[in-house]
Design a protein around this ligand. Structure first.
Ligand SMILES: NC(=O)c1ccc[n+]([C@@H]2O[C@H](COP(=O)([O-])OP(=O)(O)OC[C@H]3O[C@@H](n4cnc5c(N)ncnc54)[C@H](OP(=O)(O)O)[C@@H]3O)[C@@H](O)[C@H]2O)c1
Length: 288
């Protein structure tokens, strides 16, 4: 696929990172299926780009609806004949202490970030398998690398994306399909905005301080995040050219630092406890 024109299918293409990827792919001369809950908005924002008349297809896709995913995938294949690159960007953060969130909040987080991503992947994979070719970029997060107070649910969903992507990558690599899980740091989108981020609303005094600290931190950072969505989009375009793309990709220098710190801390913990770990299978029977 190196250097050639591709067909990109991007979820969450109405705004944020999905929009940036759809836009960059169109500008680079690729064909783009901009899949969004409000496809009219995506179409309006992208329609003036050169080549959009031939190369842009805006499709309705709420990722929680498997039928939307199936119809959007069919529309993509009918119009362009194939999908070369799937970008699963749609997602949001369900924030606040675990106990401050109702079971429905947890369900919705997984419905969008995990099951939604799977619905779309399930709809696109058969056509990629048939051609023995394809790329899938699944958006996880630095929250898919390490858990933090007030972020347990979002982290749970993004760790799930990471685990799913790692397993899927190994399953479909022999079929010519590469899966990369993208772990961005802080990027300047609406992500920290009230229009995206949701806080659990069960008030529990024990968590009031941490919740207030998170809200304050987000308010300060909102729309001032260091990461540039356009640069991330260019990075994905470049990765799509790589003959052997990574399974994990930390996006942004903050993400690189966080992943490195996590790996080091995990390594230290493993080392410190390995006598007991080994004792669990009887390797060091004297250790317990
Ligand atoms: N920006 C960051 O700092 C950052 C960091 C780490 C990871 N991420 C991840 O990157 C991805 C993109 O986030 P972003 O920064 O672009 O956030 P954003 O600006 O808040 O955009 C979120 C996008 O997801 C879409 N979406 C949400 N629920 C959906 C649903 N049920 N069906 C279809 N689309 C849905 C939104 O569509 P509507 O316009 O219809 O709401 C919007 O296009 C997410 O998976 C996020 O977790 C972002």
């Amino acid at each position: 696929m190196t250097g050639s024109e591709r067909v990109w299918f991007v979820t969450g293409a109405g705004r944020g990172l999905g929009f940036a990827v759809a836009r960059a792919a169109l500008i680079a001369g690729h064909k783009v299926v901009a899949a969004a809950r409000r496809p009219e908005a995506a179409e309006e924002a992208l329609a003036d780009l050169p080549g959009a008349a031939e190369n842009l297809l805006a499709e309705r896709l709420d990722v929680t609806r498997p039928e939307d995913a199936r119809l959007a995938a069919n529309a993509a294949l009918n119009r362009f004949g194939r999908v070369d690159v799937l970008v699963n960007a749609a997602g949001y953060g369900q924030i606040g202490a675990f106990e401050a969130n109702a079971p429905e909040d947890v369900q919705r987080q997984f419905d969008v970030n995990v099951f939604g991503l799977m619905h779309v992947t399930r709809a696109i994979l058969p056509a990629m398998r048939a051609r023995r070719s394809g790329r899938i970029f699944n958006f996880s997060s630095i929250a898919g690398v390490r858990g933090r107070p007030g972020g347990s649910l979002y982290a749970a969903s993004k760790f799930a994306v990471g685990g799913f992507s790692e397993g899927l990558a190994a399953e479909v690599k022999p079929l010519g399909i590469f899966v990369t899980v993208v772990e961005p740091g802080y990027f300047r989108t609406d992500f920290l905005d009230e229009s995206s981020m949701r806080f659990g609303d069960i008030a529990i005094d024990d968590y009031a301080e941490v919740t207030a600290a998170i809200k304050g931190g987000y308010a300060q950072r909102n729309h001032k995040q260091p990461g540039d969505p356009e640069r991330l989009a260019q990075t994905l375009l470049a990765l799509a050219d790589e003959p052997a793309p990574p399974v994990h990709f930390a996006a942004g220098s903050d993400a690189v630092e966080i992943v490195a710190a996590k790996l080091a801390a995990w390594g230290r913990e493993l080392e410190a406890w390995k006598h007991l770990s080994a004792a669990a299978d009887g390797s060091f029977p004297d250790a317990v």
